[in-house]
Design a binder for this molecule. Sequence first.
Ligand code: GCU
Length: 679
Amino acid sequence: SAESGEALWMRYLKLPSDLQSLYIPYAQVYFEEGSSTIEVAKQELAQAFVGLTGVDIKFQKKPFKCSLLIGKNVNQFWNIPDIEKNLKKCANEGFVIRSVKRNGVRRIIVTANTDAGILYGTFALIRLMQTGCPLDSLNIIERPKYKFRLLNHWDNLDGTVERGYAGRSIWWNRKETLDALKHQYLTYARANASIGINGTVLNNVNANPKVLDQEYIEKFARFADLLRPYNIKVFMSINFSSPVIIGGLPSSDPLREDVQQWWNQKVKEIYEAIPDFGGFLVKANSEGQPGPQDYGRSHADGANMLARALEPYGGIVMWRAFVYSPSGDDRAKQAYDEFVPLDGQFRDNVIIQVKNGPIDFQPREPFSPLFGAMEKTPLMIEFQITQEYLGFSDHLVYLAPLQKECLDSDTYVKNEGSTVAIVTNGTLFKHQYSAIAGVANIGRDINWTGHHFAQANWYAFGRLAWNHNLKPEDIAREWIKMTFTHDSVFVESVLDIMMRSREAVVNYMTPMGLHHLMGWDHHYGPAPWTDIEGARPDWLPRYYHNASEEGIGFNRSKSGSNAVSQYAEPLCSMFNNPKTCPQNLLLWFHHLPWDYRLSSGLTLWQELCYHYYRGVDEVKLMQKKWDRLRGRIDDERFEHVQHKLKVQVREAKWWRDACVLYFQTFSKMPIPYELERPE
Ligand code: GCU
């Protein structure tokens, strides 16, 4: 049922009647014939239109009496000069939507340079209707900011999902036939097309070498066939040792001729099955995965070998920079130290994939200092949509503010305004390729993402990948209306809940720049005290919080690990000084005494307590606001979210109490009196 969340934001339920009457005049449609991409766009429009308005579209063979014209060549009928000019700005995947009025007749033109552009333009028009926008004065010109907008599925071939909290893999180890699952895959494809996602990596970065066996190449090919009309390319994660493990070669040394030949042959096989295959994603010499360093070679040697094999077909290599070893003094510095010296050594079709922060998808991190530091190499950004460190699919956390904070961060590498967004979208250093990836939160749960509100994170990631200038609140408002209802009380309350949620989780888990306090292997719940014999020190929370009677925090200033020096000025100096370091990153960059005075006049200990308590208060407020909304949507989803919020409140307290009480064993200071009131 629609109430199960299965239809995501494509529910197409009847709009309020005033909106219906705005749209019904556009039911006479001329939709230019074309490829299967055009066909799916046309079907989508038909389905959306009748759902939203109750009126069936009449597709016409001739354009002249139509009120809505969609196609690459439709402007030939009206010759509006602007449209030709604007189409030049749309590049390959962009579109123009334009309302025109001639001889008293209103029309809408949706046009583009490619079928993909028509697909995205059609979905944009549908979204305008779903969100209740008037259509009589549209003048929209859009093109995506990133060339590759990707989901990364951490799905294992055995059907489990690494850090997946919404059931098993939608791709692997299923008993049902592809035909039986077609509806589900098409929903996935439509959802992605509706937000502009144009690529998907179907298997875990911790890649099983078997994925390169003929059997799996064929499976990838079937998925590629299903996704192709929706302008979605498939990509594969590979294991660097595949030549040894499945190829029977004595070595996987990237400089060996036979190894290069093996990859050339494999890539040829893949392209025979999937002519538009996207390329490889590679996790190498990271967390125990094999890589070129096993043979004394560099990341560039490894990436270039694969890039050479893919080049003739237009494929790319996304080589991850998520590297760290227990030997260094500060994990946060290692990716930079390893990769910056390689700038200029990568082939043109290699993109370095960098996580948003220097550690690992924490509730708040500064941006990774790699952004901006490799002028000659395209760097792509990787966000995590699945909430590995943010309460799994149990906590309501809207991630767009986190992503936006990172994308908008100024790196200052060229001059002011060198934001992470324009470093990664290719404009600052003029790179041919640009890409953005999100680690998917999708599984076989009926509602796809476990928590209904986690759907918003899939949606928002796609919208920001299309246009990082969008505001998180605008994206949220769209999503709420499309997913739930136009009821303005509901929309505004839920918007408020969503916009509070990210800072709330930072506060009840890791305020003021703290990080990595969670249970060390499952990553759920607090465990700042963990001590495990023989465990890697950099996997334990103490490595990061360094709490003692002296104080708390990681000294990354010049007197400590000097990670600050990886940032350009004026950031370096600003982070280096606790007086100018933003308070929300204070303990990321500094180790400070418990009685350190903050600008608020409070001590560090007091301020920390306030943040933890505020985090819980915020979740309680979110819960209270939700509880008032009963009856405004279906009971099924209302109660599901209500239950999850109950869990979240309980666990926010768990985080707060665990952390505050543990840290108190060092600070030996009382919890501020006004915070200690009975629950
Ligand atoms: C995190 C996560 C791992 C994952 C890794 C990665 O460390 O816990 O499960 O494999 O990131 O991004 O490669």
